[in-house]
Design a protein around this ligand. Structure first.
Ligand SMILES: [Zn+2]
Length: 448
């Protein structure tokens, strides 16, 4: 899908629009350097390479990437805290880690050059959304160990925008400051953008006339095109998707341009692959599978073939914006968000897509999975809008029945539909909690 873009700003044309052949030659050179470097500096990768019988001289083409071993999330936890670092701690200037609700968190270290590279890719990302030094960036991503807030902050400083370091929470104050400071760019999770829209409405703040937002940069959780339309309508802005993860660097691994036809991967730093998550086999562009990333330039904690557990596919063509980087499409979900209910694979984003097509329903929902008499049971709780109650009792019942059948057609299993009153589902300040799996009392969420 490529509609007329609202702008075509590029932060660094000489790098981002470099001819494809040149880009690939540079990637190969960096990959060779990386393998050489970690073979010497990283005891972890030295051992992994020995196990697989690979040596730096085996990397002759970009396809030889497939000879290298995968790195998985558990490798990060098993080597807690610093065993995966390739540089001594005196060269490290920043340490981040995941929220790690179970056990030890995944740690990520950065040298000064890593921080500079992160600022650079965030400057590219903000510029791809049309942000410039004239903008006021209202940054509601969390500051702290989570990489979202500080990542956006560094990029905004690099492009010379005025940043308001809000973090999430105290919703009324967020709206007041957005209005008073004339925020033009909003950065937060997509679910929190909807919370802010709701807060503005409750406060009687008319978004169109009182808030100047023109752009929103949303990420850290998978979201659908239906969710994009909802946010754009409510906050009167153009919504851009950004992707990243703390283990790899933070936000800015990939970012949409104004064509909104996939996310440009900063592949001069992060080499992407798509694999079949069950077999590990590489898949060609266009085929859906798990995104795997090799950090080409990261110094403190390089990762080789890191399995992100995010499900997507790569574009086969080049984007009309002029950037020659690889693109991935919107995430279909994460392998660890995927629910297996009665043996069927279900992604929360599939359900979200159906719910948001109905004007009678609000974009607030939660999936409750339980096991009763050894049988899985899925309940979809979703909030009603005024329009639902306007239907009248009989039509309300018919509507619920129709939704039940739509879900059955989509998921191939039956579910219980519960339409609940407005503002009864818990709101989050960061990543939304979409799943309550009582079978293991575990919930999942994206990581950056
Ligand atoms: Zn583009």
């Amino acid at each position: 899908m490529s509609t007329k873009p609202s702008h075509n700003l590029v932060w660094d044309r000489s790098t981002e629009c470099v001819p494809l052949e040149e880009r690939r030659a540079l990637q190969l050179k960096k990959l060779q350097d990386l393998v050489e470097r970690v073979s010497v500096q990283s005891p972890f990768y030295r051992k992994q390479f020995q196990k697989k019988g690979v040596k730096p001289e085996n990397i002759k083409t970009l396809d030889d990437l497939r000879r290298l071993p995968f790195t998985v999330k558990d490798d990060l936890r098993d080597n807690y805290p610093f065993e995966l670092f390739s540089t001594p701690i005196q060269d490290v200037v920043r340490i981040h880690c995941s929220s790690g609700t179970t056990g030890k968190p995944a740690v990520s270290g950065y040298t000064a050059r890593d921080m500079e590279m992160w600022s650079e890719i965030m400057a590219r990302s903000l510029t791809a959304a049309g942000a410039t030094y004239r903008d006021v960036v209202h940054n509601s991503y969390g500051y702290g160990l989570f990489t979202g807030g500080l990542g956006i902050d560094m990029g905004a400083r690099k492009i010379g925008a005025a940043t308001v370091p809000m973090s999430g929470g105290i919703n009324n104050r967020q709206i007041m400051l957005m209005e008073d400071f004339g925020a033009t760019v909003l950065t937060c999770t997509p679910s929190y953008a909807l919370v802010l829209a709701e807060t503005a409405a409750q406060m009687g703040v008319h978004v169109q006339s009182m808030i100047k937002l023109k752009v929103g940069i949303f990420g850290a959780e998978p979201w659908t095109e239906e969710m994009r339309a909802e946010i754009e309508a409510k906050l009167r802005l153009e919504a851009y998707d950004i992707f990243g993860m703390g283990e790899v660097i933070g936000p800015g691994v990939s970012m949409e341009c104004a064509y909104h036809n996939g996310l440009h991967i900063q592949d001069d730093h992060f080499l992407p692959e798509i694999i079949n998550p069950d077999t590990g086999e590489s898949l060609p562009p266009g085929e859906q599978g798990e995104l795997v990333i090799t950090t080409l330039t990261k110094e403190a904690m390089p990762l080789i073939r890191y399995r992100t557990r995010d499900i997507t596919r790569l574009a086969a063509d080049l984007c009309p914006c002029g950037r020659t980087s690889a693109r991935h499409f919107k995430l279909a979900g994460r392998t660890d968000d995927m629910l297996i209910i009665k043996g069927v694979n279900v992604f929360p984003s599939q359900i979200e897509g159906v719910l948001l097509r109905h004007g009678e329903l609000a974009p607030q929902y939660v999936l409750v999975v339980d096991r009763v008499n050894n049988l899985d049971r899925l309940e979809i709780q979703v909030e009603a809008r005024e329009e639902f109650y306007d239907l009248g009792e009989e039509a309300m019942e018919q509507f619920t029945h129709k939704l039940y059948h739509e879900m059955q057609q989509l998921l191939y299993i039956s579910s219980k539909i519960t339409i609940v009153p407005q503002r009864t589902i818990q709101r989050s300040e960061g990543k939304a909690k979409r799943v309550i799996d009582k079978r293991k009392e575990l919930t999942s969420g994206a990581l950056i």
